[in-house]
Design a protein around this ligand. Structure first.
Ligand SMILES: [Zn+2]
Length: 178
């Protein structure tokens, strides 16, 4: 386990690494460009409720679902954002994930339909390894996301190991795979 002070330092070093790569970092971003998506989501749910496709229970459960991603990496604007309210551990995980996009695995402006699942799996796998090295337990959350992408396991490949080592090297840690 790492101390809070150590994790603050890891987070700040991740931000610094992104800056070194030429990206501005917005921590606690409201990500207002997703407001429209949230409105569309609410309208669609209300329609489904009115037509009887959706039960009141399911409606209540999903009406406040977060439609904004945890973060994003935009090459055109050289900007990485971390959504507001993530907390320290969430910031570390999201920064690690978006740094993977920045370094190797595509991002918003390099989005490709064929590559997106692979890219997200690779980013989440690296994120898991970075979080473990930082003493941040994200296993449950990451595993769920891995399953959401339709894969059963992390991707441990030369590419993900190399990107993990690059990120860890920049925050003064080493990769240990047991
Ligand atoms: Zn991603």
């Amino acid at each position: 386990m790492s101390t809070k002070q150590e994790r603050i330092e890891y987070r700040d070093r991740l931000v610094q690494f992104a800056n070194d790569l030429g990206f501005d970092v917005e921590l606690d971003s409201p990500m207002p460009d997703y407001d429209e998506k949230r409105e569309q989501w609410k309208v669609a749910l209300r329609k489904a409720l009115d037509s009887g496709e959706l039960s009141q229970k399911d409606f209540d459960e999903h009406i406040d679902d977060e439609q904004r991603p945890a973060g994003d990496c935009n090459y055109l604007e050289s900007r990485i954002r971390v959504r507001e309210g993530k907390g320290l551990n969430g910031q570390i995980a999201t920064l690690a994930h978006e740094l993977c996009h920045a370094l190797a695995f595509g991002g918003i402006s390099l989005f490709s339909m064929l590559g997106s699942s692979y890219n997200e799996l690779a980013c989440e796998s690296v994120t898991e390894l970075v979080c473990r090295a930082c003493g941040v337990d994200r296993t449950a959350k990451t595993s769920n996301r891995i399953l959401d992408y339709g894969f059963g396991a992390y991707l441990i490949s030369p590419a993900t190991v190399l990107v993990t080592e690059i990120i860890l090297d920049n925050i003064g840690l080493k990769l240990e795979i047991e």
